[in-house]
Structures are given as structure tokens and as C-alpha cells.
Design a protein around this ligand. Structure first.
Ligand SMILES: *Cc1c(COP(=O)(O)O)cnc(C)c1O
Length: 370
């Protein structure tokens, strides 16, 4: 079946006497033990989580899906599969929480780390050591929309027998089939596009078939316990059912916003992989089916101007996060803290599903205030 059909149908396995088309929410924390094959306890598993994991794994084209309580819990679970003394190579423009977590908690725990520009496979290659176990990238990246060539890194990873993990939150499985491109670990913050309505937090890991991390990751999930509630799993699966159409709307609107902003005199840079001037454009055109709903811009007038624009929109709500039906705008550097490499005049935009005319009118009035 095609992705669009899987998004609607995968994981629809419940059967009960009512004949309900939509699944019930199984709020029970525990299960009767009359049947040894059955469920035991909701931290270990529950029907809503099973349905969700089945669906997301199907959307990624196979393998094993595991759901977590947040995108960060999913990322952390992958790194916890490593052992002290292991070395990892991490993209320089990853979600700032990943960098912060690795540099504080995981470094203390004995993980060695090199941060490199993964858009340059040569730099990744030079960073590989005999202890390297994992290359961690994010494409498109947050917040600079850098594009990493997954197939090129996958070749490198295979040659050196190391794992390639990708945070594909911004691409979603609708726009990028990361496992097929050669990654063996895919992570999503399902808080974003997969949920799609800014009403839950969640994360997913999908591992390639027969992955050596499968057992550890399942232990970390079920014993570690950073699991989503049955209600969040249900809500998330409900969101995924419309993912393919929402992504089309996000992509179409983002392209129009970019066309408008790219010619605006108050904007000196637009970061969007759909622009032919973007350094990763050719790779993105090859490895993605469309360019997504996220972009960032840099405005003339430095951080004051950026703060002013981000606080002057009326339809675009000034808030962190992304991927919901509503458009959001954020002056990014202050959110990421004093050590961030993000330029201080950068504004990150999550383009929602409102009418494009209303979105453009709002940007026009906000930019005219700076
Ligand atoms: C938001 C985000 C995360 C973190 O996910 P949470 O659900 O907030 O924990 C990780 N990676 C990317 C690319 C994100 O956008």
C-alpha cells in the first residue's frame, strides 16, 4: 500500500463487539492474566501504543517502531543504547536540546562526542575513529534548514560498520523515506507534524529490520518508562490519519511564503531547501518528495528587528514548536540560550494551513514595523 493509505489504515487492528470504526482509548493500567499471551501492564505496552507503533513503522517502510513520551525521550533512548567510551559524530545544527543533552548528561556518562557539519561527508569521514558507533544527523535541520545527504552518509557508515541515525522530524515520513535512503535509525518528535495539532508531546524511534539496538531500546522504553499515555497515542494516531494532506498544505503555503519573503527588502536571507539557491537544494530535491513547511529568515536590523517582527505578527502566533495547523513564528536565538550558534537575527517560521493571502498580509504588516 502507498504511504497515504498506510497513514489512514495502518495499525487499525482493534476489534470489539460494538463494531467501532475508530479505536477506543484503553485507559486501563493493567490487564487480566487469564491469557499468558496478552498484555500485562500499560507501561510495558497497551493497544493504543501498539497501533501507533505499527502505523509509524509502516510509514517509514518497515522495521520496528517504538513510541516515547517526547521527541527528546526518543533521542535519549537511542543514545542510551551506546556504552561508556563509545564515540558519536553529531551534526552541528541539530535541535539544541540534543546538543545540550549530549554535552551535559551523556558526556558525564562517558560518551565521546564530535560535532561536525554533516552536510560535508568528508568532514564526517575525518571524524570517524575506531570507537565511533553512531553518526547522528538531522535533515532538514533545526533551525538552519541544512540538508544532509543521507545516502552519502549511509555509505560511509556501512563502510565503517557504524550506525546512522537521523532526526527526520521536519521531513516526516511523507516527504522523506529515511530508512530507504540508508539510515538505520529514524527519530521523530511526534509533537510536531505527526501529531499536527499542537496538543500532545511525543516521540518515535523506528529501527531498521533486525537492528542490533532493538532489544536495548525496548528495555529502555518499557523499563525506563518514558512512554506516552494511551490517550496521547490515540490522539497522535488520529493526527497521523490526515498527515499526507496536511503536509501538502504546509508545503504549498511554505513555498508561497518563501516566494514572498525572498524578494522582501527587509529580509537578507531565506533558509528553505526548495530555493534553487539553497546549498542543499539538489540533495533535498533528490531525497525528499517536497521541501516541507518550515523555513527561517534573517532580517535586516539585527536582533532588535528580529524580535520586533516576531512580536508584531497577529495571525502567526509567537510561540515555540512547529508542525501544527496554525502558523507560528519565533525569534530563535534567545530560546536556545547564550551558547547557541544560531544567528541572532534569525526568525523561525512554521507555516500552517491558514489561507495564504491572510498569511502574506500578516507578514507584510509585521515586516513594515521593523
Ligand atoms: C522539537 C524537536 C525535538 C524535540 O522534541 P520534543 O517532542 O520537544 O521533545 C527534536 N528534534 C527536532 C528536529 C525538533 O523539532
Amino acid at each position: 500500500m502507498k504511504k497515504e493509505t498506510l497513514a489512514v489504515m495502518a495499525g487499525k487492528t482493534h476489534q470489539d463487539a460494538s463494531g467501532a470504526v475508530m479505536p477506543p482509548i484503553y485507559l486501563s493500567s493493567t490487564y487480566r492474566r487469564d491469557n499468558d499471551e496478552g498484555l500485562v501492564y500499560s507501561r510495558l505496552d497497551n493497544p493504543n501504543r501498539q497501533a501507533l507503533e505499527t502505523c509509524v513503522a509502516a510509514l517509514e517502510g518497515g522495521g520496528t517502531g517504538m513510541a516515547f513520551a517526547s521527541g527528546m525521550a526518543a533521542v535519549v533512548a537511542v543514545f542510551q543504547c551506546l556504552k561508556p567510551g563509545d564515540h558519536v559524530i553529531v551534526a552541528d545544527d541539530t535541535y539544541f536540546g540534543v546538543r545540550e543533552y549530549l554535552q551535559t548528561v551523556m558526556q558525564r556518562w562517558g560518551l565521546n562526542l564530535d560535532i561536525v557539519d554533516t552536510t560535508q561527508p568528508e568532514q564526517v569521514k575525518q571524524a570517524i575513529k575506531s570507537e565511533t558507533r553512531l553518526i547522528w544527523t538531522e535533515t532538514p535541520s533545526n533551525p538552519m534548514l541544512k540538508i544532509t545527504d543521507l545516502a552519502a552518509l549511509a555509505t560511509l557508515a556501512r563502510d565503517h560498520k557504524i550506525h546512522l541515525g537521523v532526526d527526520a522530524t521536519w521531513a516526516t515520513p511523507m516527504l522523506q523515506q529515511s530508512l530507504q535512503l540508508g539510515a538505520d535509525i529514524v527519530v521523530h518528535s511526534t509533537t510536531k507534524y505527526l501529531g499536527g495539532h499542537s496538543d500532545l508531546t511525543g516521540g518515535m524511534v523506528v529501527l531498521a529490520e533486525a537492528h542490533p539496538f532493538t532489544e536495548s531500546l525496548r528495555q529502555i522504553q518499557t523499563i525506563g518508562g518514558a512512554v506516552p499515555s494511551a490517550f496521547d497515542c490515540w490522539l497522535l494516531l488520529r493526527g497521523i490519519r490526515t498527515l499526507s494532506h496536511r503536509m501538502r498544505g504546509h508545503c504549498d503555503n511554505a513555498r508561497s511564503v518563501v516566494d514572498y519573503l525572498a524578494g522582501h527588502p527587509k529580509v537578507h536571507a531565506v533558509h528553505f531547501p526548495g530555493l534553487s539557491s539553497h546549498p542543499g537544494h539538489e540533495i533535498a530535491a533528490r531525497q525528499m518528495s517536497d521541501f516541507g513547511g518550515m523555513l527561517s529568515i534573517q532580517v535586516r536590523g539585527g536582533k532588535e528587528a528580529a524580535a520586533k517582527v516576531a512580536s508584531s505578527t497577529q495571525l502567526f502566533q509567537q510561540a515555540t514548536s512547529l508542525g501544527g495547523v496554525e502558523s507560528l513564528i519565533e525569534h530563535r536565538a534567545p530560546v536556545e540560550g547564550p551558547d547557541t550558534p544560531t544567528p541572532d537575527d534569525l526568525i523561525r517560521i512554521s507555516v500552517g494551513l491558514e489561507h495564504i493571502d491572510d498569511l502574506l498580509a500578516d507578514l507584510e504588516q509585521a515586516l513594515s514595523q521593523s
